[in-house]
Design a protein around this ligand. Structure first.
Ligand code: SF4
Length: 471
C-alpha cells in the first residue's frame, strides 16, 4: 500500500497542505518547548498553511532540485511538525535570546547535552547559515539561493577562499548579526578541518563573541584523555552558566542526558523499523529529519524529543501496515551516504528510483548514548571520545561496513565538500575498504554546493549514473 502526496500546486509550482487532512492532523498532539510553552496542532496547522507559505515560499516550492523543500508526504504528520520546527527556529531563538538564553555556535558533531543542560541553545553551521538567509523573508528558491550565496561569498572574502561553505556561511552570519550568538565553542581535531579559520575569524571578525575550544586528543591513549576532555566540558558549562548568571548542577546535566538518551533511543528504533520494513515507510526528507532530530539540532531538545516520540509511533504503525511513503519507488535502490556535511538531493534520487537510508555521520550520534551514572562530565567526555565517526580511518570504514548490513544498503556514496581537507583525504580509502569488505558498490564524489538550495547538475549526473548501475 502506498500513500499519495496530496499536494495542490499553484501557478508558481508551490504546494499547499490539503484541507482534507486537517481534521485528522488536529487530533494529533502539539509540541512542548523548553521555555514552558506549548504549541497545539491547530497553531502548527495555521502556521504551516498561512504564515509559512507567506514568509518562506521557497520551502513550499516543488521544484525537484529544491533541497530545502518540505516533505512531499503530507500524510506523515510528524513531518509537518518538523517543518514547523524548522521554519520557526529563527523566531524561537531570537525570543529565547531576548529572555537571556545564550546562543552558542558549535562545530565538530559533538553531543549537545552539556549546552542544553546549561540552559543555552547550541547551533551547528547548517541551521545558522539557513537562519541568516531567512532574515529576509518572502523569497522563492532562486532568490533565497542568491541570498545564501551572497552571504557565503562575503564570508569567503572576509575569511578565506580555501575554506568550505559551512564556516564561511556561519561565521559571516554571526558577523552580520543575522542571529545573536554569544559564544563560539567548536571541538578541535574532529572531522572538521576548518577550525583554523574559526580561530582566524575570531581574531579578526568576532572579537566581541566569547570563544571556548574543546580540545580532542586524537590518540585517546589513556585515562588522562577522559579527564582532560571532562575538564574542558566542565569549563564550557561553567562559562554558559555565567552567561545566564546561573549555577549549573550535575543534576541539571543528568536530567538532560536522560532526555537525550531517550531521544537517541527513539531515533535508533525508528530508523531500525524503517530499515527492516518491507516497504520504505517515510521519504528521504523525513528520514533525514528523524536522524538529525536525534542530535537535537532544531534549537530545543524537548520539542525535538516530542517530535521523535510522534515520528516513532507513526513509523511503527506504517511499517506494521506495509505502508510505502508518497513518492518512494517500488523496490528502490537503497543508498547510504558517507562523509560529514555531505548530502545529495533526496527528491531527485527518489524520482530516479532510489532512497536515502542514512548518513554515517549523523547516525554515529544517535548510536552514542551518554552514561547516566557517575560523573556526568566524564560520561560526556567518554561519549565524545568514542564516536564511531571519529575513529581511525580503517575502524571508521568497518563501522560503515556494519551500517551497510544494518541499513540493507545497495550502494554507498562517499562524498566530501570542496575545502574539507580531512574528508577529502580519507574518502577514497573508505570507499575502497567498504567496497572490498561489504561487497556493495561505492563511489567517491567531491561536491561544492553545500548551502545551495538548488542541486548541482554534475553531482546529480553522477548520482543518477550510480543509481542506474545499481538498478
Ligand atoms: S565540510 Fe568538512 S571542513 Fe566543512 S564544516 Fe563540514 S567537516 Fe568541516
Amino acid at each position: 500500500m502506498s500513500v499519495q502526496a496530496l499536494n495542490r500546486n499553484d501557478a508558481a509550482g508551490r504546494f499547499s497542505y490539503p484541507e482534507e487532512i486537517k481534521e485528522d492532523f488536529l487530533k494529533t498532539p502539539g509540541l512542548h518547548f523548553m521555555d514552558g510553552s506549548y504549541v497545539d496542532s491547530a497553531a502548527i496547522w495555521d502556521f504551516m498553511t498561512v504564515e509559512g507559505p507567506r514568509r518562506f515560499p521557497y520551502a513550499y516550492n516543488r521544484e525537484r532540485n529544491n533541497q530545502s523543500r518540505l516533505s512531499k508526504d503530507v500524510h506523515f504528520f510528524s513531518g509537518i511538525k518538523y517543518g514547523y520546527l524548522n521554519l520557526t527556529m529563527r523566531d524561537r531563538l531570537i525570543k529565547a535570546h531576548e529572555k537571556g538564553v545564550p546562543i552558542v555556535h558549535v562545530e565538530g558533531g559533538q553531543t549537545v547535552d552539556p549546552y542544553f543542560a546549561a540552559g543555552a541553545i547550541p547551533i551547528v553551521p547548517g541551521p545558522l547559515r539557513a537562519m541568516a538567509r531567512d532574515a529576509v523573508e518572502g523569497l522563492d528558491v532562486k532568490d533565497a539561493n542568491r541570498r545564501a550565496m551572497k552571504i557565503m561569498e562575503d564570508g569567503r572574502q572576509a575569511i578565506s577562499i580555501e575554506c568550505c561553505n559551512n564556516p564561511i556561511g556561519s561565521i559571516e552570519a554571526i558577523h552580520q548579526s543575522a542571529l545573536p550568538v554569544d559564544m563560539v565553542a567548536p571541538y578541535l581535531c574532529l572531522r572538521c578541518t576548518d577550525y583554523s579559520y574559526i580561530l582566524e575569524a575570531y581574531r579578526t571578525k568576532l572579537k566581541n563573541t566569547q570563544l571556548h575550544f574543546i580540545d580532542f586528543p586524537v590518540t585517546r591513549d589513556g585515562a588522562w584523555t577522559v579527564d582532560y576532555v571532562a575538564q574542558l566540558i566542565y569549563d564550557l558549562v561553567k562559562k554558559l552558566g555565567d552567561l545566564r548568571g546561573a549555577v549549573v548542577t550535575e543534576e541539571d546535566l543528568r536530567k538532560e542526558i536522560r532526555r537525550e538518551n531517550h531521544g537517541r533511543r527513539l531515533a535508533r528504533e525508528t530508523m531500525e523499523a524503517i530499515w527492516n520494513a518491507g516497504e520504505i515507510p517515510v521519504t528521504g526528507a523525513d528520514i533525514f529529519s528523524i536522524i538529525t532530530s536525534g542530535r537535537f539540532d532544531r534549537g530545543d531538545s524537548l520539542a525535538c524529543f516530542e517530535f521523535l516520540q510522534q515520528a516513532h509511533a507513526e513509523v511503527i504503525r506504517r511499517a506494521e501496515n506495509g505502508v510505502r511513503a508518497a513518492g518512494i519507488p517500488e523496490k528502490p535502490v537503497r543508498l547510504l551516504t558517507v562523509g560529514s556535511c555531505f548530502g545529495f538531493g533526496v527528491n531527485f534520487a527518489e524520482e530516479k528510483g532510489a532512497v536515502l537510508v542514512g548518513t554515517d555521520d549523523h547516525l554515529s550520534k544517535i548510536y552514542a548514548d551518554v552514561g547516566e551514572q557517575g560523573n556526568p562530565y566524564e560520561e560526556i567526555a567518554k561519549t565524545i571520545l568514542g564516536y564511531d565517526y571519529e575513529l581511525p580511518t580503517e575502524q571508521r570504514a568497518q563501522y560503515i561496513v556494519d551500517l551497510v548490513k544494518k541499513t540493507r544498503a545497495d550502494g554507498v556514496i562517499c562524498g566530501y565538500n570542496w575545502g574539507c581537507n580531512y574528508q577529502s583525504a580519507v574518502s577514497r580509502m573508505i570507499a575502497d575498504i567498504v567496497k572490498k569488505q561489504s561487497g556493495v558498490p561505492t563511489i567517491n564524489l567531491q561536491v561544492a554546493e553545500l548551502g545551495f538550495l538548488d542541486g548541482n547538475e554534475q553531482t546529480q549526473n553522477r548520482v543518477e549514473a550510480f543509481i542506474e548501475m545499481l538498478s
